[in-house]
Design a protein around this ligand. Sequence first.
Ligand code: CA
Length: 81
Amino acid sequence: MAVTLEERKKAFAAIDKDGSGIISFNEWYNHFKDLPTAGEMTEDELFSMFCAYDKTRSKVGIDLEEYIELMKDVYDPHPKA
Ligand SMILES: [Ca+2]
């Protein structure tokens, strides 16, 4: 089932605890350390993931656009289907 833009925005807002519009590493870490699937990941591994998706590097975190790209990788592994 396709995930709508609204759902992605909600998911983004759930991680962006302070509503700054940017997911900081602290917010990212707090989100993922509580997920059962990511519970085994170390802080270093989470940081590597975070850096990989912070494509612009001009900000101190992941913005909505970058987050949507991330979600595509996670939930739409077959974009042509
Ligand atoms: Ca934030």
